[in-house]
Design a binder for this molecule. Sequence first.
Ligand code: C2E
Ligand code: MG
Ligand code: MG
Ligand code: MG
Length: 289
Amino acid sequence: SSKEHGGDHYTVFDAGMRVLTQRRMEMELALRQAMESGEITVHYQPIVSLATGDVTGLEALARWQHPRQGFIPPSEFIPIAEESGLINELGALILRQSCRRLVELGRETPEGEKLSVSVNISGRQFKRPDFVQEVAGILAETGIDASRVKLELTESVLMDDADEAVRAIKNLKALGVKVVIDDFGTGYSSLSYIQRFPFDSLKVDRSFVGNMNEAEQNMEIVRAIIAMAHKLGLEVVAEGVELAEHKAALSELRCESAQGFFFSRAVPGEELGELMRRNWKPDPGPQVS
Ligand code: C2E
Ligand code: MG
Ligand code: MG
Ligand code: MG
């Protein structure tokens, strides 16, 4: 009977699912082709030292320029890559391209030699048993100094199997790379939980930084995160710095580095030469008493 089979409800649901699956499969196919044809590239956003105003690092951000649909943001294609498993190949492509570009930059200018590159690693990629081996392979193949490579992980990656995550992070660090906790504050983990994992630095999510000067509460959250991170021996990078006031407030809070549209958006690899030599005059920071 129609009741047993859920009646019309299921019929509608099935049709909806079919459309969704169809669209997803199309996106997946398009993504696979995009990876092969070079439509996926890496852009780089500078990370600036608040003490010196110099660019000290770059965050690698995946970009997809579709020939007909135009720019497709990572928030759209990364989840599809994750669900389809394409993320492993995509992640390797991004890491390889980023390391290559950094090695080139080091050859081009003295400034380029000191830069680090931060690469986002998705949960599925990180959890693969041969992930550490793959990173080791890319380091060897590109000849990059491992200490210049930072891998960014989000809190969600650490949740389901903490012991396994600790083991993997230790193995990565044994290769010489740095490990960063990204988007801190958006998940459910406390700093005492984060302490179990041997991170080198922490990125404060831009949702707190974006309006820290207007919302006193956000200023206090950022202050608390920075103070506690420092107690745990972690350097702090603030994301989403859009205004000079954000930069000044973060200097005052002794935040080491910052990243955001105030400095620059992510730019294509070819435009980095000029960007690297820029300096943003440091703020006075906390007054020594
Ligand atoms: P994320 O790792 O937190 O990267 C920072 C995001 O904030 C970037 O967005 C960047 O363009 C944006 N952003 C930087 N400064 C500002 C600012 O001042 N204001 C505002 N409103 N936004 C700012 P994007 O490139 O769209 O990437 C979004 C997310 O997609 C990334 O967040 C990351 O989680 C993911 N993603 C990007 N590339 C990759 C990749 O190669 N692999 C993986 N697994 N994930 C990636
Ligand atoms: Mg990131
Ligand atoms: Mg982030
Ligand atoms: Mg973020």
